[in-house]
Design a protein around this ligand. Structure first.
Ligand SMILES: C[S@@+](CC[C@H](N)C(=O)[O-])C[C@H]1O[C@@H](n2cnc3c(N)ncnc32)[C@H](O)[C@@H]1O
Length: 263
């Protein structure tokens, strides 16, 4: 567990954070007591959540392999989380050694970890930015010379969209990103659905109240509407289990994933 004395400015270690809960679920060490408590509550109603976190990670890395395998050499990983190996950068560079990755997160703890862990890795840049301000994000990526939006780019938004509230307009955010992406670009997304176990839904809502980890669970149709105008690769918007090779069981929390391409 992380030491409270090292909490960056503006971070409340008493409120659960999605980055740190996810780090715990993946077997990392970068979480606080509040995250551990919340994660243990989730595991009581959805004991398969650690397995689901690993599946989500596999899906993310599969998206990277698909996009880079198709010739995309620049990646924006939005809501990148606390760095963990194998990382997006490691997997991308195995396929194409010249790939550049920008790892964006709005959480100062994540940014501090990413800055410490990624410094020195050529072409791997951490950035503190908020997906809910897509125009600013795109502008910075472009003006700082990190991403050339005239060329195809892979945008990864995995495990993040369900933390964007309705009033923050997730569909509009994706439309803005899509408009900035050149033809041949890829979008890799996941979203937890309202079909998830109802005990989990109730408990997640009450335990995360007032924190940045409150989820907005949505229907398949709503999530599909965010991807309009993009070509969806097979098997389309589907439980992430369907994207992975093995015969994986359904989980209490349902997460849909999709790898999309802009033609
Ligand atoms: C569950 S983790 C997913 C990490 C990573 N994408 C993965 O799949 O391994 C969600 C991450 O999204 C970040 N996040 C949530 N809302 C965000 C926003 N509006 N802008 C940027 N990052 C955000 C959180 O801080 C957290 O690190």
């Amino acid at each position: 567990m992380s030491d409270f004395r090292r909490v960056p400015m503006g971070v409340d270690p008493y409120k659960p954070s999605s980055a740190r809960i996810y780090n715990y679920m993946l077997g990392g060490k970068d979480y606080y007591e509040a995250d551990l408590e919340y994660a243990e509550q989730v595991l009581r109603v959805a004991p398969d959540s650690k397995a689901l976190a690993r599946m989500s990670r596999r899906f993310l890395l599969q998206g990277v392999e698909v996009a880079v395998g198709a010739g995309v050499c620049q990646i924006v990983d939005v809501g990148a989380g606390i760095p963990i190996s194998p990382s997006v950068y490691e997997v991308a560079r195995k396929v194409e050694p010249s790939v550049r990755v920008v790892s964006i997160d709005f959480d100062p703890v994540v940014h501090a970890h990413a800055t410490a862990m990624l410094s020195g890795a050529a072409g791997n840049t951490p950035m503190l930015a908020d997906l809910r301000q897509p125009a600013d994000m795109i502008d910075r990526l472009s003006s700082e010379g990190l991403i050339d939006f005239a060329q195809p780019v892979a945008v990864l938004i995995v495990g993040v969209l369900h933390f964007i509230m309705d009033e923050e307009n997730p569909g509009g955010i994706l439309a803005e990103l899509r408009a900035a992406m050149a033809p041949g670009s890829y979008l890799v997304v996941t979203h937890a659905t309202s079909e998830s176990d109802s005990r989990f839904v109730r408990q997640a809502m009450s335990a995360t109240k007032g924190s940045s980890a409150v989820p907005a669970l949505r229907s398949r149709a709503e999530i599909a509407s965010y991807l309009e105008g993009l070509e969806t690769l097979a098997p389309g918007l589907a439980p992430i289990q369907d994207w992975l090779d093995d015969d994986l069981p359904a989980t209490r929390v349902e997460i849909l994933g999709c790898i999309c391409r802009k033609s």
